[in-house]
Design a binder for this molecule. Structure first.
Ligand code: FES
Length: 164
């Protein structure tokens, strides 16, 4: 069952119960909030803070440390292209350019239909399989520019996993 703004409070309480302290449940609470709202808007951060018992500013401060939390609106799907050293040496720059061409957006942008946001990422932890691209947090490995049209096509037709 997916989390909604209406069920967020109870879901966060259930998460808190699995940790020794409320603070320990902060990352699950942020994940649940992002699932409920799509991104961590000011409204969402207030709801998160109410549920976990910390200020919205504290929730935002924690979220700002992690790439997987969105403090700006994003598309239904998010494609992260790792451009860190190992991936850069294996052609990540060309892969990123291919995504920009295929999607018609610059890095950091979202397609006009709101379907896909393209981002650059720091090391995704898959250096041995560089270049790595994360599509809604599912990794694609040894990606080449020729793979990009197929990845975009599959992503557009996939069910939304972030904003169910
Ligand atoms: S540098 Fe890209 S996954 Fe590590």
């Amino acid at each position: 069952m997916s989390v909604t703004p209406e069920t967020l409070y109870d879901e966060v309480q259930a998460a808190i119960a699995r940790y020794p302290t409320r603070r320990g449940a902060m990352l699950p609470a942020l994940h649940l909030t992002q699932e409920a709202y799509g991104w961590l808007s000011p409204e969402a951060l207030v709801a998160c803070g109410d549920a976990i018992g910390f200020s919205p500013a504290y929730c935002q401060a924690v979220a700002s440390f992690y790439d997987m939390f969105f403090l700006e609106p994003v598309g239904t799907h998010v494609i992260d292209v790792c451009t860190n050293l190992a991936c850069a040496l294996c052609g990540a720059g060309e892969v990123l350019e291919a995504f920009e061409r295929e999607l018609g957006v610059d890095v950091g942008g979202t397609t006009d239909d709101g379907a896909i946001t393209l981002r650059k990422a720091e090391c995704l932890g898959g250096c041995s399989w560089a270049p790595v691209v994360a599509v809604d947090e599912r990794y694609r490995e040894r990606v080449t520019p020729d793979d990009v049209p197929q990845i975009v096509s599959e992503t557009r037709s996939a069910a939304a996993v972030r904003h169910a």
